[in-house]
Design a protein around this ligand. Sequence first.
Ligand code: ZN
Length: 240
Amino acid sequence: MEKLALLYEYQQADAELEAYEKKLKNTATRKQLIKLQSYLKKQQEALRDMENKALVEQNGLSEVEAQYDRMIELLNKKHKDIGEYEKMDPEELDYNVVKDLVHEYETTYENIVKQKRRAVIVQKNAEQTAAKLKDILVHVSQAQKDFATLKKKHEEELRAGAEELDKLRKAAELAASKVDAELLKKYKRIKKNTPMPVTLLQGGRCMGCNMELPSRDLANIKKTDTIIECENCGRILYLQ
Ligand SMILES: [Zn+2]
């Protein structure tokens, strides 16, 4: 039973150490940090998408403007052509040609008006994207500042807890050094799936899961030094 008493003592020290580590990790500051980190990650993604969108829109705008310039050029040419005809002797004019020319001029003009409208819309979209982009950048910049402040605060918390943590770690190490090596291995194996791997045996029951121990095992545990694990939860049973 001596072996188990030492293991049970180690388990207490191990649990205290873990509880303290958990406490240090689960402060409000750290929770805020994690939240802010995921917010920042999402914003970075949004920023990337928005930058791509802005680029596409900018290219679209350049394209629309280039088309507009080409149409203006075409309109000027038609204007000039009409001017040439105006100088001609009316007798020599082919009215169908003139009619076609005027029609082309009008169509070009209508297209220019449409293109101008298109350009206004594209430009407006590009401006909206740019404004959104700026807005995100402002938020990201603030979040980055907050993150740095919180990180510093959390580091201070960790520093403040370092001494106590070290004390608990050393106590756990000392307690572990007294435990039989094979038994410690078994403890660590069980702990992977079950918290508090050593449990008290009281009134013939496992205190880990409340299962009643078969009388054969109970007799064994009382008589010998055999290590008995609970059939139900797998914990090592310790009779104090
Ligand atoms: Zn049990």
